[in-house]
Design a binder for this molecule. Structure first.
Ligand code: PRP
Length: 207
C-alpha cells in the first residue's frame, strides 16, 4: 500500500529529508528531482506543494497525509486531524518593527503579515483595533518602507530580522511542522499510517 503525502516545499522539505535519512531511506530521487513535483519512494509518494495548498490536498482526499507548519494550520483553522508534532521547522510568531516603535502608542496601527487571522486574533486579545495588510512574502519589508507600522511574522534563525535592523516587540505562539491526515485515509490506511508514525517517532528530535 502506497501512502500519498503532500510535503511542504523548501525548508520543511529539507528538514524532513534529514528524518528520512535517519530512517535509512534512500532519498536520491529527492536530490535528483530538479523541477519534478511528484517523487516516488518505496511505499510512499510525495507531492511537493506550497504550504497553503497542503491542507487543500489533504481535505479533498487526494493525498492521505500532509506535512505542514502549524503556522499555516493556525491561519487556516485546520488544527483537527493533526497526528504528530515532527519537531522540525521550529520557529515562532513575533511582533516586530523598526527601532522606536511603540506598541502602546494611541491611534490605529497598520500591521503587515502573511497570517491575517493569526494577527487579528492577537490584536483582538490585546483589545487593539488594527488595520491588517496581507503580504505574500518578505514581510519584513513592510515597516522598512513605511507600508505598515509593524509586522506579525515567523522567525526561525532571526537572521532576516537582524540583517534588516528589525526589533522583536513580542513573542507569540511557537510553531513546528506537523503530520496531518485525511479522515478517510485514517480509516482505510490505518495500519500503514500507524507504521509510518511509529518509524517517525524513532527519529523525531528531542523538543
Ligand atoms: C520566513 C519568514 C521570514 C523568514 C524568517 O519567510 O516569513 O521572512 O522566513 O526566517 P529567519 O528567522 O531564519 O531569517 P520565508 O523564507 O519562508 O519566505 P518569504 O519571505 O518568501 O515569505
Amino acid at each position: 500500500m502506497i501512502l500519498k503525502i503532500a510535503l511542504t516545499k523548501g525548508r520543511v522539505e529539507e528538514q524532513f529529508m534529514e528524518l528520512l535519512e535517519k530512517l535509512q531511506i534512500d532519498i536520491t530521487p529527492f536530490r535528483n528531482k530538479q523541477r519534478k513535483l511528484i517523487i516516488d519512494l518505496p511505499g510512499y509518494q510525495f507531492i511537493l506543494a506550497k504550504g497553503p495548498d497542503v491542507m487543500t490536498f489533504v481535505n479533498r482526499g487526494v493525498v492521505d497525509l500532509g506535512i505542514v507548519g502549524s503556522d499555516l494550520l493556525m491561519e487556516q483553522g485546520n488544527e483537527k486531524n493533526e497526528l504528530m508534532d515532527l519537531k522540525i521547522g521550529q520557529c515562532q510568531f513575533i511582533l516586530a518593527s523598526v527601532a522606536g516603535f511603540d506598541v502602546n502608542a494611541p491611534g490605529r496601527k497598520t500591521i503587515g503579515t502573511k497570517y491575517p487571522r493569526v494577527a487579528a486574533r492577537y490584536f483582538d486579545r490585546l483589545g487593539q483595533d488594527v488595520e491588517i495588510i496581507k503580504i505574500e512574502g518578505s514581510v519584513e519589508l513592510a515597516p522598512l518602507i513605511q507600508l505598515t507600522d509593524a509586522i506579525i511574522d515567523i522567525t526561525e534563525t532571526g537572521t532576516t530580522l537582524r540583517e534588516n535592523n528589525l526589533v522583536v516587540y513580542d513573542r507569540l505562539t511557537k510553531v513546528s511542522t506537523r503530520l496531518v491526515a485525511n479522515t478517510m485515509a485514517l480509516r482505510h490506511k490505518k495500519t500503514a499510517i500507524l507504521n509510518f508514525m511509529h518509524e517517525l517517532s524513532s527519529v523525531i528530535p528531542e523538543s
